[in-house]
Write a protein that binds this ligand. Sequence first.
Ligand code: SF4
Ligand code: SF4
Length: 126
Amino acid sequence: MTEDDIPEERHDAGFDVVKARRAAKNPNRPGERCRASAGRFVPVVDRRRCEGKAECVAVCPHGVFEVGRIDETEYRAMPALVRFKLWAHGKKTAFTPKANACRACGLCVVACPEKAITLREAPTRG
Ligand code: SF4
Ligand code: SF4
């Protein structure tokens, strides 16, 4: 995917074509530039870093992300400093409800201001 391939019109809430195109120009973008088949890679969010700013929601061309409140059990299991940071951001964090739609374009990785996202190869299904 090049910046010109990013669709002008998308109907997913939160998608921002300007931000997506900016991320597409980043030379450090990892991944397979949307040549991977859907679900071969998945984005993994490090909740210790995530601040729920939703840049991932804005740039993902496949609607993979959603920002919501962290599960209370997971929150309580975090170290105190991380809990404080999460609390300061309204306990918001990114989820990946449509991870199996990921095409490994890498836009979310370079757009995340907290460097909280990595792409991992999904385990092969038997
Ligand atoms: S993963 Fe990064 S871009 Fe997405 S909400 Fe968290 S901090 Fe923001
Ligand atoms: S790498 Fe996957 S999750 Fe990240 S922006 Fe591209 S399609 Fe979306």
